[in-house]
Ligand binder design. Structure first.
Ligand code: TMP
Length: 239
């Protein structure tokens, strides 16, 4: 594994300086956390599988003209990425009621939404990542109106592309969280950043509605690695 100075270490990933100017290396860890780190466990091999699933999805999105920070997978745990300044917002897209929205609004989990719902959460662990409005994003300068317009459109396009991709694998894309950044080499350019994996999506089997994502860990529903391996296998990722 590459050894270098750690720039950032989060719950499931670590970022170190890359080999060239404006590059970084994103390292996938085996840690799983939930409920703002109140629950924590290590799943041997989770980082390897998420690295490969995220690579697959980023390559797929790139092939559909979505700009991303992803350059290439370097090895089992590491990806070369373009350096960007992360916008401190978690963008959540929902197709089906589940998770926090079911709890917050007293809605029935599993209800299909008439159209995708886009939500914004301010990335701040000490505040438990509060839900915010578009106006908050602009008022506090986390992103400007034109950036938000681009991000909203990209989020909905990503949702439509991934919904179709997973549908072909008999998986429902219930919801997911994505992040965006401004490229260090060209701050006007907004790209999809971070990762897309079963850590950051809700994925249900189309027939049985069996959960194939981090809810298996959050809710103690069985084998997390079994669920992630099922997703990788349906996507045709050799593990
Ligand atoms: P939620 O229902 O808990 O708000 O989560 C919505 C989606 O976003 C779900 O697919 C899990 C993902 N998510 C993250 O990846 N990181 C987070 O910190 C949170 C709160 C949600």
């Amino acid at each position: 594994m590459t050894s270098s100075k750690t720039l950032y270490e989060g719950k499931a990933k670590k970022i170190i300086i890359g080999p060239k100017k404006n590059t970084l290396i994103q390292i996938f860890k085996d840690d799983a956390t939930a409920y703002n780190k109140k629950k924590h466990k290590i799943f041997k091999g989770k980082g390897v599988i998420n690295n490969k699933i995220s690579e697959y999805i980023m390559e797929f999105l790139k092939s559909k003209k979505i700009p991303t920070h992803f350059e290439k997978r370097l090895n089992d745990r590491e990806q070369l990425i373009k350096k960007c300044q992360i916008i401190p917002i978690e963008f959540v897209v929902r197709n089906v009621i589940a998770g926090s929205i079911a709890k917050k609004l007293g809605l029935k989990e599993g209800t299909k939404l008439k159209k995708p719902l886009l939500e914004y959460y301010y990335k701040e662990d000490s505040l438990d990542d509060p839900m915010i409005s578009r106006d908050h994003v602009e008022t506090f300068g986390w992103a400007n109106r034109s950036e938000l317009k681009k991000i909203d459109a990209m989020s909905l396009k990503i949702n439509s592309l991934l919904t179709n991709l997973f549908k072909k694998k008999n998986i429902i894309l219930v919801d997911f969280k994505i992040e965006f950044g401004r490229l260090a080499s060209n701050p006007k350019k907004i790209v999809l950043a971070d990762e897309i994996s079963p850590d950051s999506c809700r994925l249900w089997d189309i027939k049985s509605k069996q959960k194939l994502d981090k809810d298996v860990f959050r809710r103690n529903l069985g084998s997390l690695m079994g669920a992630y391996e099922e997703v990788a296998s349906r996507l045709g990722i050799v593990h």
